[in-house]
Design a protein around this ligand. Sequence first.
Ligand code: SAH
Length: 244
Amino acid sequence: MLRFMASKVRLYVDHPLGVGQSVPLNRDQAHYLFGVMRLGVGGVISLINSRDGEWDAIVEKAGNKGGVLACQAQTRGLQTPPDLWLVFAPIRKERTAFIVEKAVELGAARIMPVRTDFTQSANRIRTDKLQAHAIEASEQCGGTFVPPVDDLVKLERLLADWPKDRQLMFCDETAIGAPVRLPVMPGPWAVLIGPEGGFSPAERDKLRALPFAHAVSLGPRILRADTAAVAALTLWQQALGDWG
Ligand code: SAH
């Protein structure tokens, strides 16, 4: 007999999850579950909320504008990524969305857009939209944790407030061609990726002088910022993260 491993619909809710917990749905969620996914009363889905792991929930009420789910049992505990921040300069809208999506899949704990000297002012960001992308990516990749997406801050400000015990993998395009080496130091880390125009000489001087910053090459070619983010997160996860 041919059996399908029908994968359950996964949904993020900003609501506590626990045995018998009833979870109200807003209009968008109801539209997605009952309109798009054609679920009805009695249907079972997976819920995540970034705190309580993953739960099976059954549809109790299904309407056009809302609905109610009832939590049944936990199917997985909360799995948080390593303590790795992704700090990056926003680029064009769809490429910034790509960076956020890949950061969630690759396992970043926090996503922090920064304005650098050469960040194009046209590259405005909508934090709420980027957070929605992070939620969607987590729903799709089977994650139980959704990294927060911060509001845009100036790189200068971020570095002034930097926690001194957090190492910074400074992806420096002028290190191009140097051996790709990440110092193996345990503890919290962050990856820093510059904008299309790269870092300004002043930023580079400043970064290179910071004791917690480690200038790292990403190989012999110049990568686009979105590719660089994926490459750097992969390197870090392989060397120091939860891929080993
Ligand atoms: N316009 C710049 C390149 C910017 S690439 C130039 O021509 O030099 C965007 C960002 O990706 C860089 O700021 C850096 O953080 C990262 N990056 C891209 N290629 C890299 C490489 N080979 N080594 C280290 N970082 C790199």
